[in-house]
Design a protein around this ligand. Structure first.
Ligand code: SF4
Ligand code: SF4
Length: 358
């Protein structure tokens, strides 16, 4: 299993230029180098050399990291900070009973039984049959919200949607450093996919998309790696743009958009926001800054998280829109949690489906 020492060379590549500080939403609140990749790499170097021990204080800094990957996008050395921070989290996780209990509770309840129960009552649609087929990976939150939107929209494009019952993508286990459970998610995903002769997957959750795309990096078995590398994973917005599906809203609506960290390019969503008839799209300042989803679980770090939430909330209010659209169910939960009734948050796809002319 890949461990912190395997990232020694990557950590060594850090030139300490500090560009990650500009991109990191946590650093901008704390101003503390230990909360951004540059400072974390210095600590982790000390651990690898045996000069430092993996203490609860260092673990706390690893936990504060939102695993949003914004720092890596600006890093001139091309370091994937999230992989390194997760490998470091794993070092702490291995020896911490408390972390193991927390991870067990999260994976069995929040990302286990609760979405499964909600799924029983969620609105579902049976797909029509077409020659072109695609598999839908909805994720836990989509399980609760049902598959109706995706099925109906893609059926309009004459695409049949296969909706297997996937388990959670494992993002929470990954962030907690519980890599053994995360790898079980990979195995379950492969077992489900092997039942179908379809190599294309669409997702509606940016976090699930990033997580399942990264499976190939963390998978240890070569046969599984080869299988995973043949699967094409696309966000549904690529599908809409590729098929030039023009949407028209029933009435004029003004809305802004929050970009989830795990969306790498905005071209597809921009195309939809700018080509939907009757939608007045207004740009929000720092629309691409993390919503702080991971922060919802950081009970110990309320001060930092509140500041992060406040900035995002102010930017939403200053945009003048009363509606915020996003494309990650995790972001949706976070943005709603601090709305205080001043704005409404909708999943972009759901919003388009519910408000568009039939
Ligand atoms: S941007 Fe990359 S190279 Fe520069 S300090 Fe941050 S982690 Fe190091
Ligand atoms: S992953 Fe996000 S929160 Fe973590 S150090 Fe990088 S920019 Fe900061």
């Amino acid at each position: 299993m890949k461990c912190l020492k395997d990232f020694k060379e990557d950590i060594h590549k850090c030139s300490k230029c500090g560009l990650c500080q500009k991109a990191c939403p946590i650093y901008q609140v704390t101003g503390n180098d230990c909360t951004v990749s540059r400072g974390q790499f210095i600590m982790l170097k000390g651990i690898i050399r045996g000069e430092l021990k993996m203490t609860p204080v260092i673990n706390r800094y690893l936990d504060i990291c939102l695993k949003c990957g914004a720092c890596s996008k600006y890093c001139p050395s091309g370091i994937d900070a999230v992989d390194i921070i997760v490998a470091a989290k794993h070092e702490y996780f291995k020896n911490s009973l408390k972390e193991k209990c927390l991870s067990f509770i999260k994976k069995t309840t929040l990302f286990g039984i609760l979405p499964d129960i909600a799924n029983i009552f969620s609105p579902k649609a049976k797909s029509k049959k077409f020659n072109k087929k695609v598999i839908y990976f909805g994720g836990c939150n989509a399980k609760a919200q049902g598959n109706r939107t995706v099925v109906k929209l893609l059926n309009k494009l004459e695409i049949e949607v296969i909706t297997p019952n996937f388990p959670c993508c494992g993002i929470s286990m990954f962030s907690s450093g519980d890599l053994a459970s995360y790898r079980q998610s990979i195995k379950k995903y492969i077992n489900v996919l092997k039942k179908y002769d379809i190599k294309e997957i669409v997702t509606t959750c940016a976090s699930c998309e990033k997580t399942i795309k990264d499976y190939v990096k963390w998978c240890e078995n070569n046969e599984d790696k080869n299988f995973l590398s043949e699967i094409k994973i696309k966000n549904i917005f690529e599908y809409i743009r590729e098929n030039q599906l023009k949407i028209k809203l029933k009435t004029p609506i003004k809305a802004t958009f929050h970009k989830p960290c795990n969306i790498n390019n905005m071209e597809d969503i921009d195309w939809i926001l700018n080509n939907t008839e009757n939608l007045e799209y207004v740009h929000m300042k720092d629309f691409d800054k993390c919503c702080g989803l991971n922060g919802l679980f950081q009970i110990k770090e309320q001060k930092i998280m509140k500041s992060l939430f406040k900035n995002k909330r102010n930017n939403i209010l200053n945009s003048g829109a009363k509606i915020v659209l996003t494309s990650c169910q995790g972001c949706e939960v976070a943005l709603k949690s601090y709305s205080k009734g001043k704005y409404k948050v909708y999943d972009l796809l759901n919003f388009l489906w519910k408000n568009s002319v039939k």
